[in-house]
Design a protein around this ligand. Structure first.
Ligand code: ADP
Ligand code: MG
Length: 614
């Protein structure tokens, strides 16, 4: 019996839903996440997301999945209505994205929702309008197969929450984060994302690597190393960024468990620890790692929006991730050319290259009267690792034994005399159009773009120097003055310490004038001020367009300007050195902007040309 003293009252459903909704839906991004995940669960192969005003005004998700029957469409908005759990046991076996059938009920409680859905076999689809948990209309109409959810005026009936939303910019960032998290682990599915009628992402189905590149930019193509490790209970796969490309800000760090995004400080440590001393100070590795694990191994006391989960044996998962990443980095360092195995488009067997066509000529080591063993020891210890890598690279390329002493030749770009003579090396490079270097390799003809090759070489060289922050030696120049406007001058001033590390001799004379008396590579004295100006221009543009990190940007801009141009004569010796250095690079196949540096004209292609004319 009700009594006036009773103080407990049942909340009306709509209010209960509103309160519960707060748990699941905190902001537009939460709606986006739930709708995208539902679309994936529905087996869609194409999912399109549209938002207006950072999702505050409208969010629409269109999928081509299985759709819903008329009854299911109506039921989908009921709390705890879900097609995904039938028995309590299933909770532990859940691999799909949705969890407790709360998302749609919550969204409908705090927004105006339109659902349009049709199953393949139905002639007509169902259209439902629901607002603050109240069904406004339901009708049958023709519509495309699949499901479209439109969510308007989020929190229209909960002003306190609506006011709590951040600026459009901040809410957009949350949405983009959620979008990234969902699309990364579903590269086989096409996605698009438009904001205020402008398309921000258009993602074609592909591989995980292609998806990462599509999301974060072309330069990821050369930055990723595959991670793979499987045990009977846990398997780990994905990519880590190369140490050289670690970022100063915590950038792309993604863990997924069974393709669901999670945050995990302990596992993060496993990755960071595997990189250890290879990371420059204060920089963070990027990673995209999926952990496949039997759901029974996960403590699945889940909260609908929780991105943190517990593993029953987290030490084991830690150890597997740590080992997997360490193995990847180790292989990368030992064999810089391993990358070629990763890009399926580029199937070159480097052990083949040139071995047959090139006569093995052992370099004659000539005595160098200037040789000072103590001086060399210094550079050698500093460069030991790099050198080792270069030798590996050379070995891989030509598949032959290299006299360690001769590797001194690789040590730095500025070395003028070489400790051995090239005269005896049989001629093996031809320059075409003063722009392309052609060389014969076992599988055919290799055509190298000289400018792009040199850009890549200088870029990696500069990056290394900047990482080591050791003053590099300079090519002396007749001092040149450079005058800049105030903005450029302040930019240059800021970059002076790094420019010195690269090997520039540069001093400030006054607010807008600088003097340059040395450069990292041999460059024409007349050109040097122009080179610097252009590099600055380039740097500014990269800053604006690519948001490149300072160090990467500087290395990239400077290397571009200092790289030999096309339409420039090269001597045989220069070509030899260029090619050797190119294949000692970490990423010899693409220039810093992603352009291919060389291609191979396969022998069978050459043959087929002649067969055509038979
Ligand atoms: P859950 O995803 O946890 O099951 P939701 O509230 O997100 O809960 O969705 C409720 C139900 O509505 C789902 O179980 C599913 O059957 C159905 N549903 C939701 N979105 C879609 C969609 N895009 N396509 C097909 N069915 C859907
Ligand atoms: Mg769901």
């Amino acid at each position: 019996m009700m009594d006036n003293n009773d103080i407990i009252k049942l909340l009306p459903d709509a209010v209960a839903n509103q309160i519960a909704a707060g748990e699941v839906i905190q902001r537009p991004a939460s709606v986006v996440k739930e709708l995208l995940e539902n679309a994936l669960d529905a087996g869609a192969t194409q999912i399109d997301l549209f938002v207006k005003e950072a999702g505050k005004t409208a969010i629409m998700v269109i999928d081509n999945g299985i759709g819903m029957s008329e009854t299911d469409a109506r039921l989908s908005f009921e709390r705890h209505a879900t097609s995904k759990i039938h028995r309590a046991d299933d909770l532990f076996a859940i691999r799909t994205m949705g969890f407790r059938g709360e998302a749609l009920a919550s969204i409908a409680a705090i927004a105006q929702v339109e659902l349009k859905t049709r199953r393949k076999t139905d002639e007509l689809g169902t259209k439902i309008l629901i607002e603050g948990s109240v069904v406004k209309s339901q009708e049958m109409q023709p519509m495309p197969e699949g499901t479209t959810f439109t969510i308007k005026n989020l929190f229209f009936n909960v002003p306190a929450r609506r006011n709590f939303l951040k600026s459009n910019q901040a809410e957009m960032r949350h949405i983009i984060d959620e979008f990234h998290r969902v699309v990364l682990m579903h590269p086989e599915i096409g996605f698009s994302f438009s904001s205020n009628e402008k398309e921000l992402f258009h993602l074609y189905p592909g591989t995980l690597k292609q998806r990462i590149v599509a999301l974060f930019g072309n330069n990821y193509n050369e930055r990723l190393l595959p991670v793979e490790q499987a045990t009977s209970s846990v398997s780990v796969n994905g990519f880590v960024g190369k140490p050289a490309f670690a970022r100063k800000t915590r950038g792309e760090q993604y863990f997924f468990v069974n393709r669901r995004f999670i945050k995990h400080a302990y596992l993060h440590h496993a990755v960071e620890n595997a990189f250890q001393e290879l990371l420059p100070k204060d920089s963070f590795p990027s990673y995209f790692i999926n952990i496949e694990i039997n759901p029974t191994e996960i403590d699945i006391n889940i909260h609908p929006t929780k991105t943190e989960i517990n593993f029953q044996d987290s030490k084991l998962v830690y150890a597997i991730i740590h080992a997997a990443v360490k193995k990847t980095i180790g292989q990368h360092n030992l064999s810089p050319l391993i990358d070629f195995d990763v890009d399926p488009k580029l199937n070159i067997d480097f052990s083949e290259i040139s071995r047959a066509n090139r006569q093995v000529v052992h370099p004659t080591v000539s005595f160098d009267p200037e040789f000072n063993p103590f001086e060399k020891t210094k550079t050698q210890s500093f460069n030991h690792h790099e050198k080792q890598k270069n030798i590996e690279g050379w070995r891989n390329l030509y598949g032959e034994r290299i006299d360690t002493h001769s590797s001194v030749e690789f040590e730095n770009t500025e070395t003028q005399q070489t400790p051995f003579s090239f005269e005896e090396v049989t001629k093996r490079f031809i320059q075409v159009q003063r722009s392309y270097i052609i060389t014969s390799i076992k599988s055919g003809l290799m055509v190298i773009n000289q400018h792009l090759a040199h850009w890549r070489i200088l870029y990696e060289d500069f990056l290394k120097r900047l990482e080591n922050t050791k003053q590099a030696s300079q090519q002396e120049l007749f001092p040149q003055q450079i005058r800049l406007n105030a903005t450029e001058a302040s930019l240059l001033r800021e970059l002076i310490p790094d420019l010195k590390t690269l090997g520039f001799g540069i001093e400030e004379i006054n607010q807008t004038t600088f003097v340059i008396n040395g450069t990292p590579v041999n460059s024409n004295e007349k050109d040097v001020t122009q080179t610097l100006e252009k590099a600055l221009e380039n740097y500014k543009r990269n800053q604006h367009d690519l948001h490149l990190e300072k160090r990467l940007n500087l290395a990239r801009s400077m290397a571009l300007q200092l790289a030999i141009r096309n339409d420039h004569d090269l001597q045989e010796v220069e070509m030899t050195r260029l090619v050797d250095k190119l294949f000692a690079c970490n990423v010899p196949d693409v220039a810093p902007n992603g352009q291919k540096i060389f291609f191979i004209l396969k022998t069978n292609e050459i043959e087929s040309r002649f067969n055509e004319t038979k």
